[in-house]
Unconditional design. Structure first.
Length: 408
């Protein structure tokens, strides 16, 4: 008998039939949202169906319920209301921005389901009982012009800014451009709001009055460059950004960075610094701030940035200094690897899933850091791994569907 696995953001099971359910020995639905009717819910409960969902939404039987699907970024405005008398569910897989003129439009939906992030004006906070968010929610000031989450305010921005406008960024504003004409912003009556503002020292006195009082301020040395996201410290990175850096993300210091560390004049890492043991002393000599410092030993073998990684006894015995597996989607530990060898020679970090035997699980947990799932998922789980990673050894009795939205 066949098995079915559905991996999607939204699974519409309102029209599922008993014939479909009878065709499979087991059905597993992994989704953010599942839509059912009372009839479909009762039918599903009679069969071997596993629903792994953040939200199971039951809609009335026989009603003409329209489901409006949006994948990616979507903006809800005052003109986006459903037609009068129409029962509509809005489902957004991505980011939803609600305009400050859209309160009535948003309230007109039967339900708004968001798998991702939501931006809504302060005046709507607590007024949308039909809004469900599986992710983050940010509230912006009414009337503000929305910028990117991390917005760099440079010379060009000042030329194009609107008069008497309030600009808002959900994470941070960056004022480090030496050519920024602050007088032009003052002349136009521009204001800014965010959680944090990075300001070059020479601009601080002029820029601070343009910020709302609830914006935190970090003054950085003149010439500091802003780098957004994960960074690797090497000669190429310093050539691009210079020797004064604010890194919004984690920083990996590789062994070859030994020659460039002394060149750094200022470093702020809004995240974790990963560094080899033999570079720690040199790194501590520079002007650096960071959230956490992780010292990495010199491994005999490093496996990184792979969709699927495999570890067996032969691999671990080949490298007496140990094997590190990092930033991999899925890691499979061969059954022949003993728990003692795992503890002695294996390190796993920043990986989504590690598949191992029950006997290996305790040892794998002890050598792992920032791993979402450790253990065995059985035969069905192994088939999922094969499908996602593109292996040709698939179970012919398994049907796997990967989609943004799926109607069953």
């Amino acid at each position: 008998m066949k098995k079915m696995i559905v991996n999607c953001a939204t699974c519409d099971m309102r029209s599922v039939t008993e014939e479909t359910l009878q065709s499979y020995e087991q059905i597993m639905v992994n989704a953010a949202t599942v839509l059912v009717t009372p009839r479909a819910k009762e039918l599903v409960n009679r069969y071997n169906v596993a629903l792994n969902a953040a939200d199971v939404m039951e809609v009335p039987e026989g009603e003409n319920v329209r489901v409006k699907q949006q994948n990616g970024a979507y903006q809800l405005t005052g003109d986006s209301a459903p037609q009068a008398g129409e029962m509509t569910i809005l489902m957004v897989n991505g980011s939803l921005t609600i305009g400050d003129d859209a309160l009535e439009a948003a309230q007109a939906y039967q339900s708004i389901q968001v798998n991702g992030s939501v931006l809504l004006p302060k005046s709507m906070a607590g007024k949308l009982s039909n809004l469900s968010v599986n992710g983050s929610t940010d509230i912006y000031p009414n009337g503000a012009i929305l910028l990117r989450r991390n917005a760099v305010i440079d010379r060009t921005f000042a030329l194009r800014a609107r008069e008497n406008a309030l600009y808002w960024a959900s994470r941070r504003l960056v004022f480090t451009d030496a050519d920024l004409n602050v007088e032009k912003l003052v002349e136009k009556g521009v204001q800014f709001a965010s959680r944090l503002a990075l300001i070059a020292e020479s601009l601080a006195e002029a820029v601070v009055p343009l910020l709302t009082e609830d914006t935190d301020i970090l003054v950085v040395p003149d010439g500091t460059k802003f780098a957004n996201g994960y960074a690797v410290l090497d000669k190429r990175f310093l050539k691009k950004y210079g020797t004064k850096l604010y890194i919004n993300g984690d920083l990996l210091v590789k062994p070859e960075a030994v020659d460039v560390i002394p060149e750094i004049e200022y470093l702020y890492v809004n995240g974790q610094v990963k560094i080899p043991q033999d570079l720690v002393d040199a790194f501590e000599e520079i002007d650096a701030e960071y959230e956490d410092l992780t010292i990495q030993k010199a491994y005999g073998k490093v496996i990184e940035d792979m969709v699927r990684a495999a570890v067996d006894t032969k691999l671990l015995e080949k490298y007496p200094d140990g094997v590190q597996v990092t930033d991999c989607a899925m890691v499979r530990i061969a059954k022949d690897v003993t728990p003692e060898l795992i503890l002695e020679r294996l390190t796993i970090s920043d990986c989504a899933k590690v598949f191992c035997t029950e006997e290996q699980e305790a040892a794998v947990s002890a050598v792992s850091k920032d791993v979402a799932m450790i253990g065995s998922m059985g035969d069905m789980g192994e088939d999922i791994v094969d499908m996602v990673t593109g292996s040709l050894h698939l179970n012919p009795n398994l049907k796997v569907i990967n989609a943004a939205d799926y109607v069953m």
